[in-house]
Write a protein that binds this ligand. Structure first.
Ligand code: SF4
Length: 374
């Protein structure tokens, strides 16, 4: 194990950086946010890339930038517009915080992205990694980064055998990252090169050591431990949930509810949804709909269901459909038009929906034939 983790590669750091940048200059991917690395574009791309693969992000990034080309346009946009543009990328909290941060920048810095590291770090949704990426890539500051790819790369380069989730290990890796950018004239490229090497060469299952530009510095390669690293105590317990979604139509409009703050998919729209056991009856669901929404509905069980995952939950979502009955001309008095709404099929297209809500809308957006055959 590395005894000199505190100093990283010492005198060899400059040479390491040169090898790394040589590889990056020849092999880096052409990505839309790299062609014009303004702070705004780097910021949007970095937030999108959290928890999401590069190939998925590219189209979303281009659409987002087209719709909101600068901080002012994002700050002035309606939250629903922002969420609709984000729809499908998941982890919607990122979009809400991006929107909030744009408003803050607009108010505090006259829509110019702040250059001061502490100001960047103070923005909603921006942690040490994202602030380091923006500061180094957009402003050329010597700020380190540490995220999934670089944690794996550094753990292997240093033959770090301690649990990477532990704070002392994380602190060591951050210090190592600092040594790599400390005297660099291209800190943004160094950081991007580290992430790209980690992602494309020092892969989780099959690191391509034979083609690795920094192999001669790699202590786990020398020790033959690279496939055992990084080590982490990842004990996640998954929980199974049974839920029911209900599509209710009235005069060619569908009942939707807006997910509230603190709920899953806060700010997005969804069909009414309930936790319900596997053997729940249509009558029981109809009762729940009436109690929660004041809407009487004749329901049928479509037999169609979706399996999906949200954080540590594995959800089986069954789908019921039906028409609302007589005496349901309006929503109950406790309802608020911002929370519940009858929407047309065209409005379903423009509102931001949960991922499962969008699948349900695609399948049951026209209930006519389904109800006729029952
Ligand atoms: Fe990763 Fe292998 Fe390169 Fe070491 S030599 S950094 S394990 S790809």
């Amino acid at each position: 194990m590395s005894a000199d983790l505190e100093v990283g590669f010492g005198e060899g750091t400059t040479k390491f950086r040169q090898e790394l940048l040589r590889w990056f200059d020849r092999n880096h991917r052409v990505l839309p946010w790299r062609s014009e690395p303004t702070a705004y574009r780097v910021w949007i791309s970095e937030i999108m890339l959290q928890q999401t693969q590069v190939v998925t992000v590219i189209d979303y990034f281009l659409r987002f930038i087209e719709q909101f080309p600068d901080i002012a346009s994002l700050a002035e946009a309606d939250e629903e517009q922002v969420l609709r543009t984000w729809e499908g990328l998941g982890y919607y909290r990122r979009a809400r915080q991006l929107h909030l941060a744009a408003k803050q920048i607009n108010n505090m810095f006259g829509s110019e992205f702040p250059e001061e590291f502490q100001h960047i770090l103070a923005l909603p949704g921006v942690g040490r990694y994202t602030a380091g990426a923006i500061a180094s890539i957009a402003f050329g500051q010597r700020r380190p980064i540490l995220e999934g790819n670089t944690i794996r790369l550094f753990a292997r380069l240093l033959d770090e055998r301690n649990d990477i989730k532990l704070k002392p290990t994380q602190d060591r890796l951050w210090r190592f990252a600092e040594t790599l950018v400390a005297k660099s004239r291209r800190p943004g490229d160094v950081n991007q090169a580290l992430m790209e090497l980690g992602n494309r060469v020092c892969r989780v299952q099959s690191p391509e050591c034979g083609a690795c530009a920094v192999r001669e510095y790699c202590r786990s390669y020398a020790a033959g431990t690279q496939l055992d690293l990084p080590r982490a105590n990842n004990k996640i317990t998954y929980q199974s949930l049974e839920e029911v979604a209900v599509v209710i139509e009235r005069r060619r409009r569908f009942l939707l509810r807006r997910c509230e703050p603190g709920e899953r998919w806060a700010g997005l729209w969804d069909f009414p949804r309930f936790a319900a056991p596997k053997n729940v009856t249509v009558e029981a669901i109809a009762e729940l709909v009436e109690r929660e929404f004041g809407v009487q509905a004749l329901l049928i069980d479509t037999g169609w269901s979706i399996k999906h995952a949200v954080t540590r939950y594995r959800i089986q979502l069954r789908c019921f459909v039906g028409k609302s009955g007589a005496g349901t001309a309006s929503l109950p008095s406790h309802s608020n038009s911002k929370v519940l709404r009858w929407v047309t099929a065209a409005e379903l297209e423009t509102l931001p929906l949960s991922a499962t809500g969008r699948k349900i809308a695609a399948r049951f957006g026209d209930l006519g034939p389904i109800l006729k055959n029952k």
